[in-house]
Design a protein around this ligand. Structure first.
Ligand code: ADP
Ligand code: MG
Length: 307
């Protein structure tokens, strides 16, 4: 069964898109689950990041195949060519799809969500997880999207304005949980900085009846300047180790708490420190041993297929 989830908040700038990118990156590239993202943000940040992945990959392959320099390539190929080339080079196994449908086309968006819920696929592509990246607003369609998801992950930033917005939003989410018993509401702390804030935020979260994840994301440069979806997969050396570890822990807790993949943090450090080649070799053993898929047969199937 497809899980439809939105990383959502009434506020902009709390890290919805960044978190969606982190989860998508790790879940599709490392777990091999089929992830599709609906990018409903007006600025299409997610779509741009995905295009940059394809572009980088296209460039890399053409350099390897033709021996041309990047200058020669930019003379001989358009940006569109490179993106298409990179996209075509993925075998479709574990790369996430992005559907760019702005929130202004809300009705179409809701119909797609309903279709995916019913059929577990979109345009014949099977989907394990559908993320919907929505703008932070109380727009009618934003609310309708949230209501039509299986659950919501709320990034909480410890700043007075963000907290006020969160409080209103979470009340609404609790209401949805009362209407539909299996609607899941989870939260985690984003842009974490100091201890004083932490104490305040604990009291706040208790007040709004929300227990945050144990994992969190610190305020880190690597999160602030992510520009591609693959930034958080293990072999990306440009992303700091601390950022990758936090991103991994968040993803593992996310998968566990939304009933997708069972949590097991043992050996995470070892697993993360493997090189790409070693990682490929051991992934079967490793995934099956560590990330036993519990309740979702569809996910189990595609996890095994992708390995
Ligand atoms: N943990 C973090 N550390 C540092 N910068 C972050 C972190 N999370 C998000 N950001 C930055 O904050 C800004 C807003 O994040 P974004 O994901 O676009 O928020 P939203 O989608 O909620 O509007 C972006 O510049 C992003 O790079
Ligand atoms: Mg966003």
């Amino acid at each position: 069964m497809t899980k439809i989830i939105s990383v959502a908040s009434l506020k902009g700038g709390v890290g919805k898109t960044t978190t969606t990118a982190i989860l998508t990156s790790i879940i599709s590239h490392e777990y091999g689950l089929k992830v599709t993202v609906i990018d409903a943000e007006p600025l299409c940040v997610f779509t741009q990041a995905r295009s940059k992945d394809y572009y980088d990959r296209g460039l890399e392959i053409i350099i390897r195949e033709t021996g041309k320099t990047p200058q020669e390539i930019s003379r001989d190929y358009t940006q569109k060519d490179l993106i298409k080339y990179g996209k075509d080079s993925y075998d479709g196994g574990n790369v996430s799809e992005v559907l760019t449908i702005p929130i202004t086309q809300g009705e179409e968006l809701i119909n797609i969500i309903k279709e995916v819920r019913k059929r577990g696929e979109y345009r014949s592509s099977k989907i394990d997880i559908l993320f919907v990246d929505i703008p932070g607003s109380s727009d009618f369609f934003v609310k309708e999207i949230v209501r039509n998801c299986d659950g919501v992950l709320v990034p909480i930033v410890a700043a007075p304005n963000d907290l006020r917005g969160t409080s209103v939003f979470v009340k609404q989410l609790h209401q949805y949980s009362m209407e539909a018993k299996d609607f899941i509401v989870k939260a985690f702390i984003n842009k974490k900085r100091g201890v004083i804030e932490e104490n305040q935020i604990d009291a706040f979260l208790e007040h709004i009846k929300l227990t945050p994840f144990k994992s969190y994301l610190s305020n880190l440069e690597s999160f602030g300047r992510f520009s591609t979806i693959v930034s958080f997969s293990r072999h990306k050396t440009t992303t700091s180790k601390k950022a990758k570890k936090e991103a991994w822990e968040l993803t593992i807790e996310f998968l566990d708490s939304f009933g997708l993949v069972k949590k097991d943090l043992s050996n995470l450090e070892d697993y993360m420190s493997l090189g790409e080649a070693e990682m490929r070799k051991i992934s079967l053993h490793d995934c099956i041993q560590k990330f036993v898929v519990e309740s979702d047969e569809t996910s189990a199937e595609s996890l095994t297929e992708s390995i």
